[in-house]
Design a protein around this ligand. Structure first.
Ligand code: NAD
Length: 294
């Protein structure tokens, strides 16, 4: 069993850290919010007064923070963790952040001789609680087995996507595609319904045909078609529109930096941005179907 520091105990990090405790690891936590630390203390974690105190002497540091600036501030600079740790600690950043910052931190860690991977997740709060997240890891092949050994307590599918930053690139590609096929599925279902088709029957037809995709298969955006989908629960998340807008922004940054003109990705971001501005940021992203109602 490993000694693990966990930094960032929000909607995702909290349940992830609890799964490490359940798997028998010794977990020391730090978050800026005392209430988040207290919740983990009640679940069996030790609480540290800073990220540095939490990380000191541990086998692993795992972070789950809001954005690139929080990750850079945690790991880089004279006060950052990379300046305090040595090769005996492996660092895994599970946050969804810009690929450029992930590469910068990964390269700084390599220069300091510390194993580091960007390991963003697919799956939301329910998957974090159930321990069924998918991890997309960017960094060296030498570090990957150590990452796998600990991430397996929090997720099912753990992929080595490529070098530093590759986890964030994989996540950006996946979520941009998700946004596009969700909008496409919503458009097809609304068009069918306006022409007298039962959306449940149309879904069945498309699932057995070439329009088949994840949004239709497990997350149908049309209310009433799939009992377990957010659409049948007034679009309670699920996966918030705010987070989809964030992820599309990160994906388009990657596209721009690599000279790819992602026309559908840009359109998806414009549609989700409008949906967010109209007060739907906290609703599930499949509520984009309502934009089609005019
Ligand atoms: P959250 O806002 O609920 O939690 C973030 C936590 O980090 C907060 O508790 C905050 O106090 C803490 N924090 C911020 N700066 C800190 C610092 N410098 N040191 C210590 N703690 C600090 O966010 P979340 O929903 O848990 O998401 C975390 C990451 O996971 C984000 O990058 C997000 O994009 C990604 N993600 C979220 C979901 C989801 O469904 N919520 C799904 C996949 C990925």
């Amino acid at each position: 069993m490993a000694n693990v520091a966990f930094i960032g105990l929000g909607n995702m990090g909290g349940p992830m850290a609890k799964n490490l405790i359940k798997a028998g690891h010794q977990v020391t936590v730090f978050d800026l919010m005392p209430a988040a630390c207290a919740d983990l203390e009640a679940a069996g974690a030790a609480v540290a007064a800073s990220a540095t105190e939490a990380a000191s002497g541990k086998d692993y540091v795992i972070s789950m923070l809001p954005a690139g600036k929080h990750v850079a501030a945690t790991y880089l600079g004279d006060d950052g963790l990379l300046a305090q740790l040595d090769a005996s600690t492996t660092c895994l950043d599970c946050s969804t952040i810009d690929a450029a910052t992930a590469r910068e931190v990964g390269e700084a860690a390599a220069a300091a001789g510390i194993g580091f991977m960007d390991t963003p997740v697919s799956g939301g709060v329910a998957a974090a609680a159930a321990g069924t997240l998918a991890f997309m890891c960017g960094g060296s092949a030498d570090t990957f087995p150590r990452a796998q050994a600990i991430l397996s307590a929090m997720g099912k599918n753990i992929f080595h996507a490529g070098p530093a930053g590759a986890g964030q690139v994989a996540k950006g590609c996946n979520n941009m595609l998700l946004a596009i096929h969700m909008i496409g599925s919503a458009e097809a279902l609304e068009m069918g319904a306006r022409n007298g088709l039962d959306p449940a029957v149309l879904s069945e037809i498309m699932l057995a045909s070439s329009g088949r995709n994840w949004s239709l298969e497990v997350y149908n955006p049309y209310p009433g078609v799939m009992e377990t989908a957010p659409a049948s629960n007034d679009y309670q998340p699920g996966f918030m529109t705010d987070l989809m807008v964030k992820d599309l922004g990160l994906a388009l940054e990657i596209a721009e930096q690599s000279g790819v003109d992602n026309q559908m990705g840009k359109l998806a971001r414009a549609l989700y941005g409008k949906h967010q501005e109209e007060g739907n940021g906290q609703r599930d992203f499949s509520s984009i179907l309502e934009q089609l109602k005019g």
